[in-house]
Design a protein around this ligand. Structure first.
Ligand code: HEC
Length: 151
C-alpha cells in the first residue's frame, strides 16, 4: 500500500515536472517572439554603403543637394524639414534613400517619418531624383557627417 502510494506520487510529480517544462518552453517561446522587434519599414531594403567617403561622388551630391534640398533642409538647424548634417549617423542608408526617392510611401508607412511629420507643417515633397543622384546626395551627407555635421 505504501509502495503503491509512493509510485503514484512519483508519477504525479513527474507529470507536474513535465507540465512545468512544457509551460517554461512555451513561455520562453512567447517572450522571445515578443522581443523580436518588427523591422523598420523602408521601401529599399538592400542598400549597403560603407567604407571611406568618395569625394568626387560627394561633390556631385553637393550640387544636387543645393539644387533640390536646401529649400527645406540645413545641415545643423531645423528648417522646413529636420537638419541633415548628421542624418547618416541616425538613420540607415535604406531609410535615407527611401525617404529621398519615395517620400510618399515613407510618410504613409514608416513610423519614424510619421512621428517627424507631426513636427513639420509641410511634408517632404518628392524631388524626383534618379537612384544615382540620390546615392550622390547620400555620399555628400556622409561627408558632412564625417566633418562633424556641418560644412
Ligand atoms: C518641401 C520641403 C522639402 C524638400 C524640398 C526636401 N525635404 Fe527632406 N524632409 C522635409 C520634411 C518636412 C521632412 C520630415 C519628414 C517628412 O515630411 O517626410 C523631411 C525629411 C527628410 C529626411 C529624414 C530626416 C530624418 O531625420 O530622419 C531626409 C533624409 C530628407 N528629408 C532628405 C532630403 C533630401 C536629400 C532632399 C533633396 C533631394 C530633401 N529632403 C528635400 C522637407 C523637405
Amino acid at each position: 500500500m505504501k509502495k503503491y502510494n509512493y509510485q503514484n506520487g512519483e508519477k504525479a510529480s513527474r507529470a507536474t515536472l513535465k507540465n512545468l517544462i512544457i509551460t517554461a518552453f512555451a513561455f520562453i517561446a512567447l517572450v522571445s517572439c515578443g522581443e523580436k522587434t518588427k523591422p523598420e519599414y523602408t521601401v529599399l531594403k538592400d542598400v549597403n554603403i560603407t567604407g571611406p567617403v568618395n569625394p568626387a561622388l560627394a561633390a556631385d551630391g553637393e550640387k544636387v543637394f543645393k539644387e533640390k534640398c536646401t529649400a527645406c533642409h540645413k545641415y545643423a538647424d531645423k528648417y522646413v524639414g529636420p537638419p541633415l548634417g548628421k542624418v547618416t549617423e541616425r538613420r540607415t542608408a535604406n531609410f535615407i534613400l527611401s525617404q529621398i526617392l519615395y517620400p510618399e510611401q515613407m510618410i504613409k508607412n514608416n513610423d519614424t517619418i510619421k512621428a517627424l511629420i507631426a513636427q513639420f507643417p509641410t511634408p517632404m515633397a518628392n524631388q524626383h531624383l534618379s537612384m544615382d543622384q540620390a546615392k550622390a546626395v547620400y555620399e555628400h551627407l556622409r561627408a558632412i557627417a564625417a566633418n562633424g555635421g556641418n560644412k
